[in-house]
Design a protein around this ligand. Structure first.
Ligand code: NAG
Ligand code: NAG
Ligand code: NAG
Ligand code: NAG
Length: 460
């Protein structure tokens, strides 16, 4: 054994201390090592849930200050993470709060918020619900299945399809008094396209595939999507009959159309038409959002990240595209070799970037994955985006296929959910199929009423 004198010993322990701190602040991810992904995800989730608590409005479950949909997309991310990792630490909160925000009519259009919602806000909750079905997330006793919540969102949104300008499309906002009602944007239409595609594959009901085809065709025809160079624009405007698309390039817009096309490719047992579309959109996505500046394998939100102007919504986008790229690799196996290095490069970058410390929290992630260190942008959104990037890698190593009603029969519309979660007599009894049909009819009436109201408001 070597002998240390006092001063040497002191210097050595200082060195060890420094080393320990470095080890603590880096997420310690090794590519292809699931244990390292899961322990990194836990480090990222802990401050995310702290922000979630701090940011809840008046303690209302699933309602964050100044935004409504972001909690929904956080639940979507956590459910995907749970499926890929088996770590159920947050499941209780997710299950409760995701159902809570479904609102009075189980359609994610609660009267608390419905006056100021965009179609994209509601859509994110719908995607969270279909994610729950595909992941086999436990159903709730006495509540509608997750699938029926996703279907309710779909049913309401297709009622809002607007053929009065530009030959169709979903408007960004729901109400005429909202700025943005005059726009038809990629996330609303791409989001509904993705939801339709996933419902088609999950339920095998052709109505959803028909709508997915219709939304795709309209997007290509209206100029929102250019199927020659495979660009997706952010929005088109009713004012000029959709003639001048807004050319901002956002990761999540590509993600919705790409993932939807991948689900349909898989659902149609390999239809060449959908393969061509997947390959087209994949090529532009990989080319646009993985800049040379970061070595070509690290995702970047190129429209705002280089100039550090991303708002709280835009901070989240890379997490979504990551998970939707993972779906693409799973459902369209021929794309896997292209996608894997991009997700691995990104997760290595995330590992070194999530080393921020502030207000007693550590492992804070920033905006710029490729920065090599924390860039100072902190909050729930940055944590969630990084969690999406880690989860995408777990999805690929777990190679879990999204379930369908064949593999998750509990999610069937006609089945009364029975997870055995509660025997408490004060809790509501499971609702019967007949009750559910009643709720269904009520919902149809509500959506007809909404459509009627829009029509009435539009009239001069
Ligand atoms: C809630 O989050 C937003 C966005 O991250 C932030 O601007 C705001 O300060 C937070 N509010 C609280 C009370 O934490
Ligand atoms: C709607 O607002 C009321 C009053 O703040 C609150 O008690 C309730 O939990 C909210 N519901 C939802 C779904 O957010
Ligand atoms: C298929 O889905 C549509 C839209 O949600 C619904 O109206 C229809 O009843 C469904 N068909 C079957 C056979 O479940
Ligand atoms: C659909 O996805 C599964 C994996 O989830 C895959 O094994 C299968 O080959 C895919 N179908 C097609 C036609 O590629």
């Amino acid at each position: 054994m070597r002998y240390f004198n006092g001063r040497q010993l002191c210097a050595t322990s200082l060195l060890l201390l420094l080393n320990a701190q470095t080890a603590l602040s880096d997420l310690g991810i090794t590519v292809n090592n699931d244990d390292s992904y899961i322990s990194a995800a836990k480090e990222v989730i802990s401050p995310m849930m702290e922000f979630y608590k701090q940011n809840q409005t008046e303690g209302i479950p699933g309602k964050l200050t100044d935004t409504w949909y972001i909690a929904g997309s956080m639940f979507m991310t956590l459910i995907q993470y749970w499926q890929a990792s088996g770590d159920d630490t947050e499941n209780k909160i997710v299950s409760h709060d995701l159902m809570f925000q479904a609102g009075e009519n189980y359609d994610y259009f609660s009267s608390n918020y419905s006056q100021w919602l965009g179609n994209d806000d509601q859509m994110f909750w719908g995607l969270a619900a279909i994610t729950a079905s595909e992941a086999g997330f436990p159903e709730r006793d006495g509540k509608p299945s997750w699938t029926s919540l996703a279907r309710a969102v779909f049913n309401e949104q297709v009622e809002r399809w607007d053929s009065t300008t530009c030959g169709g499309g979903l408007r960004w906002q729901v109400w005429p008094y909202q700025a943005g009602y005059g726009l038809k944007n990629a996330i609303s239409n791409g989001g509904l396209f993705e939801l339709s595609a996933r419902l088609a594959r999950f339920t095998k009901n052709d109505t959803y595939q028909d709508w997915a085809e219709k939304i795709w065709d309209w997007s290509a025809k209206s100029g929102l999507m250019n199927v020659k160079n495979w660009n997706i624009y952010d929005s088109v405007s009713n004012d000029d009959q959709c003639k001048s698309p807004d050319n901002h390039q956002w990761t999540y817009n590509y993600g919705t159309y790409l993932a939807g096309a991948a689900f349909l490719y898989n659902h149609t047992n390999g239809d060449e038409k959908w393969l061509k579309r997947v390959n087209g959109l994949l090529a532009t996505s990989l080319q646009t959002f993985f800049p040379k500046k970061f070595g070509g394998n690290t995702m970047s939100e190129v429209a705002c990240e280089p100039i550090m102007t991303c708002d709280r919504n835009q901070i989240c986008f890379k997490g979504y595209l990551s998970m939707w790229l993972a779906f693409t690799a799973i459902l369209v196996p021929s794309t896997r070799d292209q996608i894997l290095p991009k997700l691995q490069g990104s997760v290595e970058a995330i590992s070194t970037m999530c080393n921020g410390q502030s207000d007693g929290m550590s492992n804070l992630c920033g905006l710029t994955w490729g920065a090599g260190k924390f860039d100072g942008v902190k909050g729930l959104e940055a944590q969630m985006s990084a969690l999406g990037g880690i989860t995408a890698n777990l999805m690929l190593s777990a190679t879990q296929t999204p379930k369908t009603i064949d593999t998750n029969p509990n999610a069937d519309e006609g089945t009364v959910p029975s997870s055995g979660e509660s025997d408490d007599p004060s809790k509501p009894k499971p609702i019967t199929t007949a009750d559910r049909a009643g709720a269904w009819i009520l919902m149809v009436i509500v959506s007809v009423a909404i459509t009627g109201a829009v029509g009435w408001l539009v009239k001069p």
